[in-house]
Ligand binder design. Structure first.
Ligand code: FUB
Length: 347
């Protein structure tokens, strides 16, 4: 009898929890986050972080509770179809320069080769961005012996423009360490800052961009900051936590408009800004995804057939900030170039 009551409780709890969420997790066998979605060889590939269960997660200002150790790629033949969880694509132990924390990755294809870009901490606990190469979109990938020269911080995303140029966008503040680097790419170690450097009226820290070399494993130029401005052309300020850049920069292009979307971190939005070239400036336009369940909000955007989708994560399966699950939601561009705000947490 007790068992029946318990089962009834579980069924009610699960259906109640599903009712709160507009979308359901892509997979439940493993925890996944930070989904970067692409179409390669006619299939949908998702490159997520692979969150791991830790008995005693280390909570600190550096994000040590996000202690991921490998990457697993997901794929689907069509949107909403069955999802394949591929074998380990890259293991931390196979990256000679890495010490800990495989954070949000991205991938790109060029001339039949696939490139996995990943942020991880080096032996000095400084975030750098690495690259690993494979003949197959799902890997396994073989890591280069060193991090990409000139790279720093985390959350790389690689955008291919219509002229065939590739650009890497990267960076994230607080645990992502971007505040340690000035705009000339000089490093000042100052610990894991959790505040806004004490200068709230200054322009916010900018994400970085670097054009990729033809070899796809190095930068063709020094990283540059990207200006994000408001509707009057003024920089978004450090104190403007609802709109300033925090992490998770992603670019998509539609009708000649470049959309830079990113997470605002401690206010938990995915917002977007538009520009007319890959380097910006980008003008803030609005919220793309409202806060999800869980602290982090990280996404990608992709056109599949004639529809656009937002891939994102929340913590529906675990209720824990560092054990996330990826999902997708359809997104709509309006005729004036704005994007309709998505709300996935219904409660
Ligand atoms: O998954 C680890 C970190 O959490 C990512 O790099 C950030 O974007 C945030 O989602």
């Amino acid at each position: 009898m007790k068992k029946i009551i318990y089962l009834a409780f579980l069924v009610t709890a699960v259906s109640f929890s599903q009712n709160k969420f507009k979308d359901q997790p892509l997979v439940s066998e493993i925890f996944t986050a930070d989904p970067s979605a692409h179409i390669f060889n006619g299939k949908i590939y998702v490159y997520p972080s692979h969150d791991i269960i830790e008995e005693n997660p280390l909570y600190d200002d550096c994000g040590s509770q996000y202690a991921m150790r490998d990457y697993r790629v997901l794929s689907m033949d069509y949107i909403g179809g069955p999802v394949t969880i591929h074998d380990v694509a890259l293991d931390l132990d196979d990256v000679p320069w890495a010490k800990r924390q495989f954070w949000a990755p991205d991938a790109a294809e060029k001339d039949g080769k696939f490139y996995l870009y990943f942020p991880t901490k080096d032996k000095d606990d400084i975030f750098r961005i690495g690259v690993a190469v494979s003949d197959k979109p799902e890997g396994p990938f073989r890591s280069k012996k060193t991090a990409i020269e000139g790279s720093y911080s985390m959350d790389p995303s690689v955008f291919k423009d219509d002229d065939g140029s590739y650009y890497m966008y990267f960076g994230g503040i607080w645990g992502g360490q971007l505040q340690r680097w000035d705009e000339n790419n000089n490093y000042t170690p100052s610990g894991c800052e959790t505040q806004d450097n004490g200068i709230p009226n200054s322009p916010a820290i900018s994400p970085r961009i670097a054009k990729m070399s033809n070899d796809m494993i190095s930068f063709a130029e020094d990283p540059k900051p990207i200006r994000i401005i408001d509707e009057n052309g003024n920089p978004i300020l450090t104190k403007d936590h609802d709109r300033r850049f925090f992490e998770a920069a992603w670019i998509h292009k539609r009708n000649g408009i470049y959309y830079l979307s990113y997470s605002t971190g401690n206010t938990h939005y995915i917002v977007y800004a538009t520009g007319d070239n890959p380097y910006g400036p980008f003008t803030y336009r609005g919220i793309l995804n409202n806060p999800v369940q869980g602290w982090t909000n990280h996404h990608s955007t992709i056109k599949i057939a004639d529809k656009w989708y937002l891939f994102y994560h929340d913590t529906q399966l675990s209720g824990k900030d560092f054990l996330r699950n990826v999902k997708f939601s359809e997104m709509t561009h309006n005729s004036d170039g704005t994007i309709e705000t998505i709300t996935t947490l219904i409660d």
